[in-house]
Write a protein that binds this ligand. Structure first.
Ligand code: PMM
Length: 289
């Protein structure tokens, strides 16, 4: 593994002395790995609070599934799902991020107290997103994205996945900064599973340090994704279901933390909270030889 680097910090968010843990609350009936489980406001809020008890530093609230093939939810429904959950978690003192591709949802979530906008399209899906986040002075996740979930698998074509993701993310960061979002507010994300096959995700994890050339903190969201299912597949080739991929997710969290990721985004927090603490302790022991 490569040497450790500083993981960076994001203006407007708490600072962490280790890789931060972002717990996921999907307020959706059809999400990729935990769809339907936290679908009403009360259940979703309780789940978010449980994630904080288990060690989440931030809670990411989303109301639209981005699993491959998913169709889009309408804006009114997304607002109805997301905003009350954000408001209630914020009132309990939780640092909330909002997972949305819509400017209106971002705006209302920020008004409800969200601190970070996590847009899997990096501002491409909604032209109003970048101006909205810029005007609010909020931190923003720029994820590598090539198109909506309906047909993103057809865009998983690369000659050099790491180089192309770095180049495309660089262009997005420049566009977002040109649109008025401060560089110190930007987090980058390789977008594991988005227009990527398993081998692309593995190559990106193997070369996570290459993303550091962009000079911004890195978010890694590997939790329960297909590439882990592929790695864990039995002799018949059948991948375990998403909810049986949490140990593998924690392994990725340890690697991401070791490689200097700013945060990891996970569904099951407890094991990842341990993993990032162990990574931190090992890093701390480096000088103790
Ligand atoms: N993946 C999902 C949703 N949101 N946000 C970021 N920043 N990066 C990701 O890779 C990402 C994301 C996929 O859906 P899930 O909530 O079921 O994991």
């Amino acid at each position: 593994m490569s040497t450790l680097y500083g993981r960076g910090s994001v203006a407007g968010l708490p600072t962490f002395d280790r890789c931060a843990v972002m717990g996921v609350v999907n307020v959706t009936p059809d999400s990729f790995s935990d769809g339907g489980r936290w679908f009403d406001t009360t259940t979703a809020v309780k789940h978010g609070l449980d994630l904080v008890t288990e060690g989440a530093d931030l809670v990411d609230v989303g109301g639209e599934s981005t699993r491959p093939g998913a169709s889009r939810v309408d804006e009114a429904e997304e607002l109805r799902r997301v905003v009350p959950v954000v408001r209630d978690l914020v009132s309990e003192g939780v640092t909330v991020s909002v997972d949305t591709m819509r400017a209106k949802v971002a705006e209302q979530a920020l008004q409800a107290g969200a601190r970070l906008v996590n847009d899997v399209s990096g501002g491409l899906a909604d032209p109003a997103m970048v101006p909205t986040v810029a005007a609010a002075g909020a931190p923003f996740v720029v994820m590598h994205w090539r198109g909506f979930s309906e047909d993103m698998n057809s865009k998983a074509v690369y000659e050099d996945v790491v180089g192309e993701v770095v180049t495309e993310l660089h262009a997005r960061v420049e566009a977002v900064v040109a649109g008025g979002i401060a560089p110190e507010h930007i987090v980058i994300d390789p977008g594991l599973g988005f227009a990527k096959q398993a081998e692309h995700d593995l190559a990106l994890m193997a070369h996570l340090a290459d993303l550091r050339s962009l000079g911004r903190p890195i978010l890694v969201a590997a939790s329960r994704k297909r590439f882990l299912g592929r790695v864990l597949a039995g002799p018949e080739g059948a991948p375990p279901p998403a909810r049986e991929r949490d140990a593998a997710t924690a392994a990725v969290s340890a690697i991401a933390a070791h490689e200097g990721a700013w945060a990891v985004r996970v569904h099951e927090v407890r094991a990842t909270a341990d993993a990032v603490r162990v990574a931190r302790a090992i890093q701390g022991a480096k000088g103790a030889k």
